[in-house]
Design a protein around this ligand. Structure first.
Ligand code: SF4
Length: 362
């Protein structure tokens, strides 16, 4: 079990036991709505959530993961807990998602700093323990240059959520079954898992009663979240891979099984009824109405209970089914083709799980 000091709790407050923590401080939740001495914590909590809604990372009062004053650590820890209370009270999914990502990125910068610390090995050891105990990531050290060694299976498990080429195993330095990474890349590897961990922690925490004195703040956060909820409109145009598959079938040529799977799952996901999809396969050289209906029912989940998803663009590229055009840039599944975000009032930077450029702060 991880035993954390106050410094670590301030850097990684999601590891602290919220209820026990408040008890240790001797605070009751209603005090945060009325006690002027606690206002600084509530304001910090609000600032923390607002930073997340803007897609940025809350600037904490810690310098290099250390506080100038002990009180600063208390504010760091408690403001995280109160931020979660505000989010629970605002009851907006988008706040959970954005806050979890923002806090994961904040923790990531501390983890990277700790892993890079060559003078105080205890910091690096604690960071490695967090990565191991929370995410099952075994992190070894290459003594020659202090780079980190990740076993290939662990690397693959965590990097599977990335779409950028640089994360493909072939583009990585591998030695003796280990991927060699810099400290920042090592912690970048677990951003998704860390975000999921923080999200789960928020979702699993109980919804408190409204705290008198915080109603206005909670209503403001809910209003901001409502403006951020993405609204999409679609041109309705099929992507080139789908157009190509339809044309192949229309001309009576053979479309491979993977192409048929792509076409069927795409159209099902777009809400087209099976009865409308089946005739598309009529010209296939091996067409059988019975088999086609059986397969469509199976893919849709009507039989078997499992609904199959349309493959990703990455997967379709490997199957030679992709015929990308410039409009395909930035999409990861054919279902996103032609989808545009509606312009909303107070347009703000979207939270991004994307890789920051080298040298750019996380
Ligand atoms: S990038 Fe995706 S949507 Fe575009 S053609 Fe390729 S597979 Fe289809």
């Amino acid at each position: 079990m991880l035993v954390l000091g106050k410094d670590e709790k301030a850097k990684y407050p999601f590891l602290a036991d919220a209820g026990r923590h408040l008890q240790e401080y001797g605070f009751e939740l209603p005090q945060f709505g009325t006690d002027p001495a606690l206002r600084v914590i509530v304001d910090k909590a609000y600032e923390r959530v607002m930073a997340a809604t803007g897609g940025s990372v809350y600037r904490s009062g810690l310098a290099d993961g250390r506080a100038v004053q002990d009180r600063m650590l208390d504010v760091e820890i408690l403001s995280f807990l109160i931020a979660i209370i505000l989010i629970k009270l605002a009851n907006r999914h988008t706040l959970v998602r954005r806050f979890a990502l923002s806090e994961a990125r904040r923790a990531e910068s501390y983890l990277a700093g700790d892993l890079s610390d060559r003078r105080d090995r205890s910091r690096a050891d604690m960071a490695r323990r967090i990565l191991h105990d929370l995410f099952g990531l075994k992190v070894g050290v290459r003594d020659s240059d202090s780079r980190y060694l990740i076993p290939v299976p662990d690397y693959l498990r965590h990097s599977s959520v990335f779409h950028e080429r640089e994360w493909k195993l072939v583009n990585r330095q591998v030695e003796d079954g280990h991927v060699i990474l810099r400290p920042d890349k090592t912690v970048r590897l677990i951003r998704h898992a860390l975000t999921t961990y923080i999200s789960a922690k928020i979702r699993n925490s109980p919804v408190p009663d409204m705290i008198p004195g915080l109603e206005e703040m909670v209503a403001e956060l809910a209003a901001v979240a409502d403006k951020l909820t993405p609204a999409y409109e679609s041109t309705g145009e099929n992507p080139p891979c789908i157009k190509h598959a339809i044309n192949v079938l229309k001309s009576g040529e053979n479309l491979p099984h993977s192409g048929r799977f792509m076409l069927a799952t795409f159209l099902l996901a777009r809400g087209r009824p099976i009865e409308e999809i089946a005739p598309l396969f009529k010209n296939a050289p091996d067409y059988s109405e019975r088999v086609t209906m059986y397969q469509l029912n199976h893919l849709s989940g009507r039989t078997g209970g499992v609904k199959y998803n349309c493959p990703s663009c990455d997967k379709l590229r490997t199957q030679n089914l992709c015929f990308a055009v410039p409009e395909c840039d930035g999409i990861i599944t054919p279902l996103q083709f032609g989808r545009r975000r509606k312009t909303v009032e107070h347009e703000q930077q979207q939270p991004s799980d994307a890789e920051p450029a080298e040298g750019e702060p996380a």
